[in-house]
Design a protein around this ligand. Structure first.
Ligand code: FE2
Length: 306
């Protein structure tokens, strides 16, 4: 899967007008909790275009929404939250009840090996899907680029169908191991574990993936069910396939762009990055010209009628 111009989309001038009008009336209340169903009703054209974007995401696996040049960085960020709200139901991602998580490096001395969470480090690797913390399936992973790093932080995507075909043709034994249940934890949400396979199939027979190795290993340990030699070997094989450059699409998500991914059908990851030494944490009033930490706003969205 390689990214092409067909994966990029710009909203129409009619949607632009709706959005500019909205900001002229609501500029003092640009926080996520202020996006009410009543306010969403005013986006008639945008609602139609989001439906088309969803169809594209379902067919192509992912789409990148370009920012509106007329809007400030903060307004484009808020626009991504409107897009998230129009896509479906944004889900709670942590114990504090947040529906938007800010992904950035909290402290460059902290590493995942020492227990830090992936989304709070600058480390790359660990190619995965996000739908691992809860057994219920949700459809869309949305990542809005608020600020880029000084260097690095390339986005890596792989088409699940390519991975499935590779497994089916070359490693059928590995595939059947991945089709059996593994343990998972409700990390960041609650205690306890649940079981689910890494590979399942939709009603149409399309392969769907659930995979984040660190969390899976931790769940097996926590529940007292160490991974078998066969399972370990299958996970090593899957990780190796996910590193094959021909199967990867790599690109930089630019400031203001919003990436929408069909989470169970597209794996994602990033390369290592480094922020400027004096980079600041992004706040709600962030402006152009300052040096900020690489920041991605992340949402998990469930299809309302899906
Ligand atoms: Fe992720």
């Amino acid at each position: 899967m390689k990214i092409s111009t067909e994966n990029y989309i710009t909203l129409s001038s009619e949607s632009h007008k709706e959005i500019i009008h909205f900001f002229s009336e609501n500029n003092d209340s640009l926080v996520f909790d202020n996006i009410t169903p009543e306010k969403l009703h005013s986006f008639k054209q945008l609602t139609e275009e989001i439906k088309a974007i969803k169809q594209n995401v379902n067919q192509k696996g992912f789409m990148v929404l370009k920012p509106l040049q007329e809007l400030s960085l903060h307004e484009n960020r808020f626009l991504s939250w409107i897009v998230i709200s129009l896509l479906g139901e944004p889900l709670v991602q942590n114990k504090e009840g947040a529906k938007i998580i800010h992904v950035y490096d909290r402290d460059r001395t902290k590493k995942m090996e020492d227990g830090a969470r992936y989304h709070q480090t600058r480390q790359g690797g660990s190619i995965h899907t996000d739908n691992v913390n809860v057994p219920v399936k949700w459809e869309y992973l949305v990542m809005h680029c608020v600020a880029t790093a000084m260097v690095g932080g390339e986005t890596i995507l792989l088409n699940g169908n390519d991975i499935y075909n590779y497994l089916k043709e070359s490693l059928p034994d590995v595939l059947s191991t991945l089709e059996a249940p593994f343990y998972w934890e409700y990390r960041g949400i609650s205690d306890g574990t649940y079981q689910a396979p890494i590979v399942t199939y939709s009603e149409e027979g399309v392969a769907q993936f659930r995979y984040l190795r660190d969390y899976l290993e931790s769940a097996h340990q926590k529940s007292g069910n160490p991974l078998t030699a066969k399972q370990l070997s299958a996970l090593d094989a899957l990780d190796s396939i996910l590193e094959i450059s021909d199967l990867q699409s790599r690109f930089f998500l630019e400031q203001g762009e919003t990436l929408i991914i069909n989470d169970s059908q597209v794996f994602h990851g990033r390369t290592t990055f480094s922020d400027f030494e004096n980079a600041e944490v992004v706040d709600l009033d962030f402006t152009a010209g300052k040096r900020y930490k690489r920041t991605i706003d992340r949402a998990w969205v469930k299809e309302i009628n899906g």
